[in-house]
Design a binder for this molecule. Structure first.
Ligand code: NAD
Length: 449
């Protein structure tokens, strides 16, 4: 049995049966059996079913947000926004079903046309930090393309996926199209990776497990999309609006208690503005409201587990520049922490996945780019400057998949999201995600008599 905890109280919220290899095989068989009929659903009807799912997610928004907040320990305001995004994702892909089409290509002797074919059964493996959101990013395009799905939420956070599976059926999406399995990554996840009837794995998680997934997928030449870890830079030039950059910077690290693959956990600051910026940053971080996730005003909750808190703590070796407060008593709390570092320190090299920001000074644009790129990761990042040409120059030079200028937002429903380097490959969201859930088939028809 799996005991699911509320990280803010350490109290159990559910006891769940865990699937093993046999249950995984049975779920894959159900998805395989459902595939031909689902693939044959007319695009407008498939769109209508996805639209109904989107509406049900909206109608159950508060319920889903409460489930997510209790299971992940995230503030209710953030959970509401994430559920809202999940609904928007299903709306987007409802509209995308009949806008993802093939081409006709000029050739001699006939007509050449391409089709976007669904892959078949796809395995979706998601992490614990944004359970419902990341599930929707994968389910939306997978279903829109006509695939059937086995979805494996993380062991720590299965609750929202289980409720979503009920809403999928209520929306009228046929039995077997979406199968949710609660179970261990090393059992259910790895069985999905090796299963010959699974055509693709859409994986979000750590770079370490991503590497295992990629290796395992090689045996059956499975397609993989890997959304992995990050160590993103928030680059602040001296000519930026320092007040705005500093006011925004804490939320780019401490949102979701730093358990965010896009966390801008390396704050690179131009030397001439360094002292002023650090002063403003500390002032802004003091204002982050840490506490009860049920309170509408709370901005940061606890970490996901006791074990994860141990890992996060191990990164803070020296006396920090700033350490915030946390509630007393139960809960896996860890305070907002700012440390001064060089880019060679462990804290600047490894993903902390907690509310710890490293501030690092630089001199000049070339050094900013060099430091931003001096990491195995390449997921996200920000550039703060009033010089538009510099903003574009630096954005083009930073090796990351998702960048923002004078902003720290990485994710939008309609724009591509994903990493470079060891942050993975493949893109989620927007029309780009459909590429990852379909194969191009080319058909030539001779017109010769
Ligand atoms: P994780 O890699 O430990 O687990 C992710 C999922 O993989 C879980 O469902 C887990 O059960 C499963 N899994 C574990 N071992 C497996 C195996 N051998 N085979 C198949 N599946 C297996 O990651 P986590 O701790 O849940 O999440 C945190 C990580 O996710 C961080 O590194 C974070 O950066 C990353 N992340 C990336 C993105 C992105 O879009 N790039 C988004 C969110 C989180």
């Amino acid at each position: 049995m799996l005991t699911v905890l509320n990280p803010a109280t350490e109290e159990p919220i559910a006891e769940l049966e865990q699937a093993g290899v046999d249950e995984t095989d049975a779920a894959v068989a159900r998805a395989k059996a459902a595939f031909p009929a689902w693939k044959a659903v007319a695009p407008a009807d498939r769109g209508r079913l996805l639209r109904r799912l989107a509406t049900l997610v909206e109608e159950h928004g508060e319920e889903l947000a409460r489930i997510e907040s209790r299971n992940v320990g995230k503030p209710i305001s953030g959970a509401r926004a994430e559920v809202g995004m999940a609904a928007q994702v299903f709306h987007f892909y409802a509209g995308a079903v009949d806008k993802h089409y093939g081409e006709s290509i000029p050739v001699g002797g006939g007509v050449d046309i391409t089709f976007r074919e669904p892959l078949g059964v796809v395995g979706l493996i998601v992490p614990w930090n944004f359970p419902l959101n990341i599930s929707s990013w994968k389910l939306g395009p997978a279903l829109a393309c006509g695939n059937t799905v086995v979805l494996k939420p993380a062991e720590l956070t299965p609750m929202s996926a289980l409720r979503l599976a009920e809403l999928v059926l209520e929306a009228g999406i046929p039995e077997g199209v979406v199968n949710v399995l609660v179970g261990k990554g090393s059992v259910v996840g790895s069985r999905l990776v090796e299963h010959p009837d699974v055509a693709k794995i859409g994986f979000t998680g750590s770079t370490e497990v991503g590497r295992t997934v990629m290796k395992g997928a090689a045996a059956t030449i499975k397609r993989v999309t890997l959304e992995l870890g990050g160590k993103s830079a928030n680059v602040v030039f001296a000519d930026a609006d320092l007040e705005r950059a500093a006011a925004a910077a804490p939320y780019a690290v401490f949102d979701n208690a730093g358990q965010d693959c896009c966390a801008r956990s390396r704050i690179l600051v131009e030397r001439s503005a360094y002292d002023r910026f650090v002063e403003l940053l500390i002032e802004a971080t003091r204002g982050v409201k840490v506490g009860d996730p049920d309170d509408d005003a709370t901005e940061m909750g606890p970490l996901i587990s006791a074990a994860h808190r141990e890992t996060v703590s191990s990164f803070v070796e020296a006396k920090p520049l700033f350490r915030g407060d946390v509630p007393d008593g139960a809960g896996f709390w860890y305070p907002c922490t700012i440390v001064e570092a060089t880019n060679d320190d462990r804290i600047a090299r490894e993903e902390v996945f907690g509310p710890v920001a490293a501030v690092i000074p630089f001199v000049g644009e070339a050094e900013a780019i060099r430091l931003a790129n001096d990491t195995p990761y390449g997921l996200s990042g920000s550039i703060w400057t009033r010089d538009g040409a510099r903003a574009l120059r630096v954005a083009r030079a930073v090796e990351a998949g998702v960048l923002s200028v004078n902003s720290n937002s990485s994710v939008r429903v309609s724009t591509p999201f994903g990493g470079m380097k060891q942050s993975g490959f493949g893109r989620e969201l927007g029309m780009h995600a459909l590429e990852g859930y379909s194969d191009v088939k080319n058909v030539f028809l001779s017109t010769e008599s």
